[in-house]
Design a protein around this ligand. Structure first.
Ligand SMILES: NC(=O)c1ccc[n+]([C@@H]2O[C@H](COP(=O)([O-])OP(=O)(O)OC[C@H]3O[C@@H](n4cnc5c(N)ncnc54)[C@H](O)[C@@H]3O)[C@@H](O)[C@H]2O)c1
Length: 266
């Protein structure tokens, strides 16, 4: 049984808590919204940290901490790495090369590991395997306009979400720009970039479609290895429509695997 600390008690945090007790045990949680932290602590019998510093104290006695909060929270995670391994869900934050380097150098200095779950897509294992051979990687994400509405993109382009009445390509560019315009929606773009070609060489298309109910992600890659085409049609998390339920299942699987003898997949 591995001991886990949780930063962020929203939709993903709740799924992690519901599965506590099977291969891993949640020992402490922290959320800037104390009601959320108490709700998740109740499900899992974890302790509620009173402050971020208090949370760091719990981290000293756990095997891994999970960030499931926000891109801003990832900045605080550098300190966590001084004490324990770290799982990062808000992967979009890692487009900031300076932050990424800081996390990696802290992990190296303290002998810790950073884990990025596959999140809301499949095929990350294959993309990693063809790193160095892939010549192009394209991610196409299709979401209901409501799931995208709080994005910086709409302010910048002065487009009103309610005016999107049909399938519309909102964005076609590299992952670096995509993460900037749609920070809460493009963790998949960030994970795909980190797995293979990087943020500047990964092409991302974001499509708003009022007719879709699921979050659709398609990854296509080409190179001397052949071709890959991976599709995920994800149900939304019941607690947060922006988050695919698969993303929460993915981190639960990762935590269980840390306690298991055998790992399947790269
Ligand atoms: N990797 C992926 O594929 C993937 C998929 C979906 C969501 N995500 C990301 O994972 C994160 C969590 O997703 P969710 O659906 O659970 O979100 P959520 O909004 O349901 O919950 C986030 C929780 O974190 C708390 N929080 C935010 N910033 C905090 C901080 N600095 N310190 C303490 N608590 C903080 C909030 O109060 C909230 O309770 C988000 O950043 C989301 O973008 C990643």
């Amino acid at each position: 049984m591995i001991k886990v600390c949780l930063l962020g008690c929203g939709a993903i945090g709740q799924t992690i808590a519901e599965n506590s007790g099977k291969k891993y045990r949640l020992i402490a949680v922290f959320d800037k919204n104390v009601n959320k932290a108490e709700e998740v602590a109740k499900i899992s019998s974890a302790e509620v940290a009173k402050s971020f510093d208090d949370f760091l104290n719990y981290c000293k006695n756990c095997d891994v901490a999970v960030e499931a909060a926000s891109q801003q929270a990832v900045r605080d995670c550098v300190r966590i790495l001084e004490f324990t391994d770290l799982v990062i869900m808000s992967v979009g934050a890692l487009r900031d090369a300076e932050l990424l380097n800081k996390l990696i150098s802290t992990a190296r200095a303290s002998g810790r590991k950073i884990h990025i779950p596959s999140g809301a897509v499949g095929g990350i294992d294959a993309l990693k395997a063809v790193k160095g051979l892939a010549e192009e990687v394209t991610l196409t994400s299709v979401k209901h306009p409501e799931s995208l509405k709080d994005s910086y993109f709409f302010k910048e382009k002065r487009i009103k979400v309610e005016n999107i009445k049909e399938r519309t390509v909102l964005f076609d560019g590299n992952a670096m720009e995509a993460v900037k315009f749609f920070p809460a929606n493009v963790n998949v773009a960030a994970t795909v970039s980190l797995a293979c070609l990087g943020f500047k060489r990964t092409r991302v298309r974001i499509i708003a479609d009022p007719g879709v109910r699921e979050n659709y992600h398609e990854i296509r890659a080409k190179g001397s290895f052949g071709e890959l085409c991976i599709v995920a049609k994800n149900k939304k998390h019941p607690k947060n429509p922006k988050t695919s339920y698969l993303a929460a299942l993915s981190v639960v699987r990762l935590l269980r695997e840390m306690a298991e003898e055998m790992r399947v997949g790269t």
